[in-house]
Design a protein around this ligand. Structure first.
Ligand code: NDP
Length: 281
């Protein structure tokens, strides 16, 4: 068995990941490609320690083309549940035989219960809880930037909750297709006048790119929410901070989606304080 990125198998101390063929027997895991940067092992391990549970949670790299084979292998190894990240959420949606929560509407699954091939999307409720924590309530207008998998899901989640949605994407035609039939105002530039929040659901921050956002247009108190997270603050959030706006990156959303996954798998309240501490919040 080969472990990458660490000398030790204790993922709570250092980040580490396995190729799916080398995965050890286990309980829970996050699957993605790449997956070495994931904070999920640290966060879930902290939750188990806090509650004195004996489970383990590891990161496993799975290529998109090998998703089904990898899942069969992990089931055989005794895994109970997996989280799924980029680029596997649509494959996870296809793999599942039953869907909980809004997963059907969002077209993406990020949490799977393996024994009965059940899927759930905890990203969207995690996202909505962060908005509410910043007092951005249903009825207010939210500008969503992007038209990828996350934008598609959060737009539907926002509409379901009663927010007004404005959308912008670099490739307009892609956004038009993604919101077909939905009540979304499509704009040709990121116009966030009269918005309670602007959500960066593009992957621009992951490559350090800035977006064509004119921060001087923002009204006081408009929340700048970047779904991405990393060691460096993104150009998007730096721009918002320069204008004096409240900001959040994707870490609080990550913790809440993880807490909801924990609760769905184990049927008990997640120790959110321990999970937040584990990622430095
Ligand atoms: P996708 O790859 O599906 O989406 C890509 C989108 O980003 C497209 O709309 C694309 O525009 C746009 N884009 C990429 N680069 C640029 C650029 N330089 N300028 C403008 N637009 C750009 O990504 P996902 O939807 O899967 O993820 C989006 C983000 O959300 C990622 O940063 C991801 O890490 C984060 N995320 C965070 C979570 C959390 O728990 N915090 C959970 C899920 C996602 P175009 O159509 O023109 O190509």
């Amino acid at each position: 068995m080969e472990l990458h990125g660490s000398e030790t198998v204790d993922v709570s101390e250092e980040m580490s990941w396995y190729e799916w063929r080398d995965a050890p027997e286990g309980d829970f895991a996050v699957l993605g490609d790449p997956v070495g940067h994931s904070l999920s092992p640290m966060m879930h391990s902290a939750a188990y320690s806090d509650l004195g549970l004996e489970f383990n949670y590891v990161a496993i790299r799975v290529e998109l083309s090998e998703f089904d084979r990898a899942l069969d292998h992990l089931v055989a190894l005794g895994y109970r549940g997996v989280n799924v990240t980029v680029p596997l959420k649509e494959s996870a949606f296809e793999w599942c035989e039953s869907l909980d929560g809004g997963a059907w509407r969002y077209g993406a699954v990020n949490t799977i219960r393996l024994e009965n091939r059940a899927g759930m999307n905890t990203d969207v409720p995690g996202f909505l809880s962060v908005l509410r924590a910043h007092s951005v309530e249903p009825g207010s207008r939210v500008l969503v930037l992007g038209a990828g998998g996350s934008a598609r899901a959060v737009i539907r989640g926002l509409l379901d909750e009663g927010y007004l949605v404005r959308g912008w994407n670099r490739t307009r035609a892609k956004l038009v297709a993604v919101v077909e039939g939905l009540d979304v105002e499509i704009v040709s530039e990121p116009d966030f006048r009269r918005c309670g929040a602007v959500v960066n659901a593009t992957s621009a921050s992951l490559s350090g790119f800035d977006l064509p956002v004119e921060w001087s247009q923002a009204e006081d108190g408009c929340l700048a929410f970047d779904l991405a997270y990393g060691e460096e603050m993104s150009p998007f959030l730096r721009g918002a901070l320069g204008r004096g706006l409240p900001v959040t990156d994707g870490v609080p959303m990550l913790v809440e989606q993880g807490a909801l996954a924990f609760e769905w798998w184990l049927g008990r309240p997640a120790p959110r304080a321990a999970m937040l501490r584990s990622v430095g919040l």
